[in-house]
Write a protein that binds this ligand. Structure first.
Ligand SMILES: Nc1nc2c(ncn2[C@@H]2O[C@H](COP(=O)(O)OP(=O)(O)O)[C@@H](O)[C@H]2O)c(=O)[nH]1
Ligand SMILES: Nc1ncnc2c1ncn2[C@@H]1O[C@H](COP(=O)(O)OP(=O)(O)O)[C@@H](O)[C@H]1O
Length: 205
């Protein structure tokens, strides 16, 4: 019987909603079959970040070469830096039957949808716009003007919600992770129910 392919899971949502936080929590205690796809970026490495762990850090020139060689599943330019998903790793890992998890912003997610319509697209939302603003403010050093711009961008990003399969509220991080894991589990059951039943019935043939 043909080997089951893994699922492609895309976690997306507006800037500041907590995508990175939720993803790190999920991978602090990952499911056996779930792997994270490390993105490439041209943004400078932050203190504590490790090349090949947090990102594959590239120069703009190196990143543009990757684009030209068709090595990226999707990419975007976000706040002045490139971000993209290496295609080969995703393809190979799905073929091996593992689930691949992407944590990317909305433009990239749209491109993935076109290439992998069977992916599971999960959109993370804040409990409220006020809370989103608080998170963006808490995160860093941005001026009031930038925060206003960020909020306008975030409102546009929120409008993309309708393109996703699932919407999960990130109120409590642990609760959001629990819901995401439950979605992945449910999708496995739904998609592979028939194949699993068949294998059970015919197993050993
Ligand atoms: N399209 C796309 N977005 C990505 C990728 N990797 C990370 N991102 C997004 O890029 C944005 C900026 O990430 P980062 O510079 O690490 O800063 P953060 O705002 O602290 O998460 C976040 O919204 C990430 O989800 C990728 O491979 N493709
Ligand atoms: N559920 C939550 N409750 C409160 N604060 C949160 C929650 N999730 C994330 N945050 C905080 O919000 C800020 C933005 O989170 P981050 O993961 O960087 O967002 P994103 O990756 O979507 O841009 C961070 O300061 C983070 O600690």
């Amino acid at each position: 019987m043909e080997k089951e392919k893994g699922l492609l899971i895309v976690l997306s949502g507006p800037s500041g909603v907590g995508k990175g936080t939720v993803r790190k929590e999920i991978f602090s205690n990952p499911e056996r079959n779930l792997v994270y796809s490390i993105s490439a970026t041209s943004r400078p490495k932050r203190p504590g970040e490790v090349d090949g762990v947090d990102y594959f850090f590239k120069t703009r020139e190196q990143f543009e070469e990757m684009i030209e060689r068709g090595e990226l599943l999707e990419y975007t330019e976000y706040v002045g830096n490139y971000y993209g998903t290496p295609l080969e790793y995703v393809k190979k890992t799905l073929e091996e039957g593992k689930d691949v998890f992407l944590e990317i912003e909305v433009e990239g997610a749209k491109q993935v949808r076109e290439k992998f319509p069977d992916g599971i697209f999960i959109f993370l939302i804040p409990p409220s716009l006020k809370e989103l603003e608080k998170r963006i403010k808490n995160r860093g050093t941005e001026s009031d003007e930038t925060i206003k711009n960020r909020m306008e961008v975030a409102k546009e990003e929120l409008k993309m919600m309708g393109l996703y399969d699932y919407v999960v509220e990130n109120d409590e991080v642990k609760e959001a992770c629990r819901k995401i894991k439950a979605i992945i589990e449910a999708e496995h059951c739904r998609r592979f129910r028939i194949q699993n039943k068949l294998e059970k019935l015919l197993g050993g043939c």
